[in-house]
Design a protein around this ligand. Structure first.
Ligand SMILES: Cc1cc2nc3c(=O)[nH]c(=O)nc-3n(C[C@H](O)[C@H](O)[C@H](O)COP(=O)(O)OP(=O)(O)OC[C@H]3O[C@@H](n4cnc5c(N)ncnc54)[C@H](O)[C@@H]3O)c2cc1C
Length: 396
C-alpha cells in the first residue's frame, strides 16, 4: 500500500538507478521535495559490467555514501586490459582517470546504497512502483502516472526527470520516433573459479562483439558481454552457447573462463542504439543517465555519466530562477559536459565490433603509451582537481 504522502512534489524522478538516486540525494539535500519512483524492489541484480570507474569515488564522497561503498568490500581494480581475439593485449591503468583504483562492486549492492541514501536524505522513495506515462498539460509534462500494487496513482510536479535507463519510458512516450529492431544483445552472470587476473578488468574482443570480466565483492567475478543479435540467434539465444561459441573464440577468454562456474541467473537485454538522445524531450521533462545518452560499455563509464548527469541536473534545478529556461540551461550544460566524449566513442565503436580493427587498435595503442593515455582520457571529462575529496587512506 502507498503511504499517505501528498501527490504534489517539486521534482519527480522516474527510475532509481545511479542517475535517479544521485539526483534525488543532491536535490533532497538542497531542500527540494522529491519523489523517486522505481519499478523494482531493491536489492536487485542488474545487467552491467560492474566496473565502477575511479572518478565515481569523488561522486560517492559528495553524495555521502563513500564509506558505505567501501564497507561493502568492493574489489579494487588497478587496470583495464583489452585483449584482441588472438590474445594481444594493452593495459589502461585506472590511475589515468583520477589516481585511484576502480571498484568492482555488484549493482545489487551499489544501487541499493544509493537508493537508501536518497530516502535517508529526505526523498520520498517508492519501490515496486512503475511509471506508466507522463501527465501532460498541453505539451508540458506536469507529472507521472504510477502503477503500484495493481492500481494507478497520479503525482504532479513542475519538473520530472526521466532516469529510467535505456528504457527511456517517459521520453519515448513524448517523442514519436520509430524504434528500430534491436541489433545487439547483452548477457551477464556471476562466476566462480575464473582465472581473471586479480586487480584487472579484462575486456575481450571477438567476432560480433566484446565482453568484460572482473572481480566484484567476495570471491565472485562478473562476466558481461555484448554481441550482435544475429550471432545470438545462431546460438539459439542460449547464453552458455554464445559464451562457448563466440566469447571464448577470444584466446584469453578461453583461458580465464575454461573452468569457470556460473553462480547466478543469467540476465539479458537488447537495444537498438548508442549515443545521445534529447536531454530535454519536452517542457517540464529532463532526461539523465542512460535515458539521455548511452555511452559504449567498453569505456566503463556509463555509471560515471549517470552520476555526473544526476549532479548536473540537480545543480541546474537548484540554481534555476524564473528568468531563464531550465530546459535550455540543462541542455547547454549537458552538451558541454558529454558531447565530446560521446563523439569519440562513436568513432571507437567500429573497432570494438570488428575483430580486425580491434586487433589493429590494440597494436596501435600498445605502441604508444602517450596516444593510449590521450585516447582513454578522451572518453571521459578531464579529471577535476580533488577539491571535494577529504583525505581518506581507505580511498588510496
Ligand atoms: C552490457 C553493459 C555493460 C555495462 N558495463 C558497465 C560498466 O562496467 N561500468 C559502467 O560504468 N557502466 C556500464 N554499463 C552502463 C551502465 O549500466 C549504465 O550507464 C548505468 O546503469 C546508467 O544508469 P541509469 O541510472 O541511467 O540507468 P539504470 O541503471 O538502467 O537505472 C534505471 C532504473 O529505472 C528503473 N525503471 C525502468 N523503467 C521504469 C519505470 N517504468 N518506472 C520506474 N522505474 C523504472 C529500472 O528498474 C532501473 O532501476 C554497461 C551497460 C551495458 C548494457
Amino acid at each position: 500500500m502507498l503511504k499517505p504522502h501528498s501527490d504534489n512534489f517539486d521534482v519527480i524522478i522516474a527510475g532509481g538507478g545511479p542517475a535517479g538516486a544521485s539526483a534525488a540525494i543532491h536535490l533532497a539535500r538542497g531542500g527540494v521535495r522529491v519523489l523517486l519512483t522505481e519499478q523494482k524492489k531493491f536489492p536487485r541484480a542488474k545487467l552491467c559490467g560492474e566496473f565502477i570507474s575511479p572518478e565515481c569515488r569523488a561522486h560517492f564522497e559528495r553524495l555521502g555514501v563513500a564509506s558505505e561503498m567501501i564497507a561493502s568490500g568492493p574489489a579494487l581494480l588497478d587496470e583495464t586490459v583489452f585483449y584482441s581475439s588472438k590474445g594481444h593485449h594493452v593495459a589502461v591503468p585506472s590511475k589515468w582517470f583520477g589516481g585511484r583504483a576502480a571498484f568492482g562492486l555488484s549493482r545489487a549492492v551499489m544501487d541499493e546504497v544509493l537508493l537508501r541514501s536518497a530516502a535517508a536524505n529526505g526523498a520520498v522513495v517508492y519501490e515496486g512502483a512503475s511509471v506508466t506515462e507522463p501527465l501532460l498539460d498541453g505539451e508540458r509534462v506536469v507529472g507521472v502516472r504510477v502503477k503500484i500494487d495493481g492500481s494507478s496513482r497520479d503525482f504532479r510536479a513542475p519538473i520530472t526527470l526521466d532516469a529510467t535507463g535505456r528504457a527511456r519510458i517517459l521520453s519515448r512516450k513524448i517523442s514519436s520516433g520509430n524504434s528500430k529492431r534491436p541489433s545487439l544483445v547483452a548477457f551477464k552472470a556471476h562466476f566462480r573459479k575464473t582465472r581473471v587476473a586479480p586487480g584487472a578488468c579484462e575486456i575481450y574482443f571477438y567476432p560480433g562483439g566484446y565482453g568484460g570480466l572482473s572481480t566484484v565483492e567476495g570471491d565472485t567475478s562478473n562476466l558481461c558481454f555484448i554481441i550482435s543479435a544475429e550471432h545470438v540467434k545462431r546460438c539459439n539465444s542460449d547464453p552458455e552457447t554464445v559464451l562457448r561459441e563466440c566469447v571464448m573464440k577470444n584466446r584469453r577468454a578461453a583461458h580465464t573462463l575454461e573452468s569457470a562456474e556460473v553462480c547466478s541467473e543469467w540476465l539479458s537485454a537488447s537495444w537498438e542504439r548508442f549515443g545521445r538522445q534529447r536531454p530535454s524531450p519536452a517542457p517540464g521533462l529532463l532526461a539523465i543517465g542512460d535515458s539521455a545518452a548511452f555511452i559504449d560499455p567498453f569505456t566503463g563509464s556509463g555509471m560515471l555519466m549517470a552520476l555526473e548527469s544526476g549532479e548536473l541536473v540537480a545543480q541546474a534545478i537548484l540554481r534555476h530562477d524564473s528568468r531563464t529556461s531550465l530546459e535550455a540551461d540543462f541542455t547547454a550544460g549537458y552538451r558541454r559536459a558529454f558531447d565530446s566524449r560521446l563523439r569519440i566513442c562513436g568513432l571507437l565503436r567500429r573497432a570494438a565490433f570488428s575483430p580486425r580493427l580491434a586487433e589493429l587498435g590494440v597494436a596501435i595503442c600498445g605502441a604508444s603509451e602517450r596516444f593510449r593515455n590521450r585516447l582513454a582520457r578522451a572518453t571521459r571529462a578531464q579529471p577535476k582537481p580533488d577539491k571535494f575529496l577529504p583525505h581518506n587512506s581507505l580511498l588510496e
